[in-house]
Design a protein around this ligand. Sequence first.
Ligand code: IPD
Ligand code: CA
Ligand code: CA
Length: 261
Amino acid sequence: MNLEGLLEVAVRAAQAAGHIQREWLRKDKRIELKGAINLVTEVDRRCEARIVEIIKEAFPQHNILTEETPMTDEFPSPFRWIVDPLDGTTNYAHGYPCFCTSIALELEGKIVLGAVYDPLLDELFTAQLGKGAFLNNERISVSATERLTNALICTGFPYDLRESPENNLDHFNRFIMEARAIRRDGSAALDLCYVAAGRFDGFWELKLYPWDVAVGKLIIEEAGGKGTDFRGKALDVNGKETLASNGKIHEEMIRVLQKGS
Ligand code: IPD
Ligand code: CA
Ligand code: CA
């Protein structure tokens, strides 16, 4: 099946959202709390509305799952778009320059293409099932780092960390002693693309949502890396655990995640 036309729509929608994000970055914007530390801004909603408009205009019968207005399976279609209109909202609200838009397309339950766009660096990550992973149209691949001790890895913390004991602090404490360094960048979709591009050697996080992980799962695999849960089972975008790596340090990362459990 030729998915080029569909990828083109994903890219167009992600770039349109990026344009809105750039335009609003330094403006006053409405910011609301979805939880104790979970923000949503009017820019998240503006981006979402524009993305949905672009997808619906091109494919009125496709289903769309988006973060801010979850509505899905309206139509008996095998196609479902999975959209994070602004990944890295906390960064965005504080003016910290690390955020993106993530748009994936699922066909009969399988992610077949995706685009992640970082409007500040003008970096567009794309992937199509079986056709490789790309950054601004140039092929990318995961790093060659063999050992965790030489690895730069990345993670994030769930919004319920104040209430839930499953807050990732135990894993973080162990990894900080075993990896070369850890980053917490605040945009899971970009973090996963950075693993695909070889900038990070690995990434783990708990309690992500399909819109955070969908493009990441595909792009990591297309870039020659590996995505699983914390025990090594194939990565499920609806699951609670996300582990992605260059493949070479995967077993070491699983070992660290299993310690103490
Ligand atoms: C969040 C970011 C963050 C991750 C959170 C996500 P949002 O998404 O990806 O890096 O740690 O778990 O929910 O709320 O900015 O779209
Ligand atoms: Ca997100
Ligand atoms: Ca978001």
